[in-house]
Design a protein around this ligand. Structure first.
Ligand code: URA
Length: 250
């Protein structure tokens, strides 16, 4: 059992500012079980009590989980002396303890998770889990079927081992007539996608991550925007399987 004040519960599930939360409670919009509770200091049990706001169930989580549509030009860090960081894009959010899950290059756009759930973060970036990351890579020169085959078999990018087999699918050309490849990788080596194409004689001119660990970039999130993850999305992330047994050397 974990007993906390009702206003603290609502703050922990991020339904509004402290002021808004006090108003929700005083206006009788919050129920504990079937009972309307109008005292902010009422204690509730985070595991047992069913708390609703306007009839919507508020599942308790002491951690925070955000999906950000990272723009280019922003660094994946919590602090940086020179450039704007991804954490600085989160407005009206208590950012203390939040960390990006993995890293996107400064010029890469797309899906980036941020959380203060250290255990989950650790698993998602752990090499053993082979979490899937899907990128759309726009290339400087046309890509051949042979190159797609090489990507799918693993590429020597100058490390001790070749990259693990990736899934490479040709997409429609972009507006500038450049070839675009959807590449799914299961590792997170430094500049991996750019280095994989470079090893094949192609340069990535634009890179966007469109999915991570089964989560797809929300099409409603404009570049630079973010949202909290739903309970279902958090549960799915926590169930990402450990695939370390499938590691191949090459
Ligand atoms: N691979 C890269 O080269 N850059 C990224 O930002 C992510 C993957």
């Amino acid at each position: 059992m974990s007993s906390i004040r009702l206003d603290r519960y609502l703050a922990d599930v991020h339904v509004g500012s402290r002021k808004e939360i006090r108003e929700y409670i005083r206006d009788g919009r919050v129920r504990v079980g079937d009972e309307v509770v109008t005292r902010t200091e009422t204690h509730v049990d985070t595991e047992e009590d069913r708390i609703t706001l306007d009839g919507q169930l508020l599942a308790y989580s002491k951690y925070r989980y955000y999906m950000l549509h990272k723009p280019a030009g922003v660094v994946t860090a919590t602090r940086d002396g020179l450039s704007r960081t991804v954490v600085e894009l989160l407005k009206n959010v208590p950012v203390r303890g939040l960390s990006p899950v993995g890293r996107l290059d400064k010029d890469t756009e797309g899906l980036l998770l941020l959380t203060d759930d250290g255990a989950l973060l650790h698993r998602l970036i752990s090499p053993g889990y082979h979490v899937e990351k899907v990128y759309e890579a726009h290339l400087d020169e046309p890509v051949t079927d042979g190159m797609l085959q090489c990507l799918s078999e693993g590429v020597d990018i100058g490390d001790d081992t070749k990259t693990l087999p990736a899934t490479a699918v040709r997409l429609a050309q972009d507006e500038e007539g450049r070839d675009v490849v959807e590449l799914t990788i299961r590792e997170g080596r430094f500049h991996q996608v750019k280095r994989m194409f470079h090893a094949l004689g192609r340069e990535v001119v634009f890179l966007k991550r469109v999915a991570f660990a089964g989560l797809v970039l929300d099409p409603n999130l404009k570049t630079g925007a973010y949202r909290t993850l739903s309970s279902a999305e958090i549960t799915a992330l926590k169930e990402v399987p450990d695939k370390s047994g499938e590691t191949q050397k090459g």
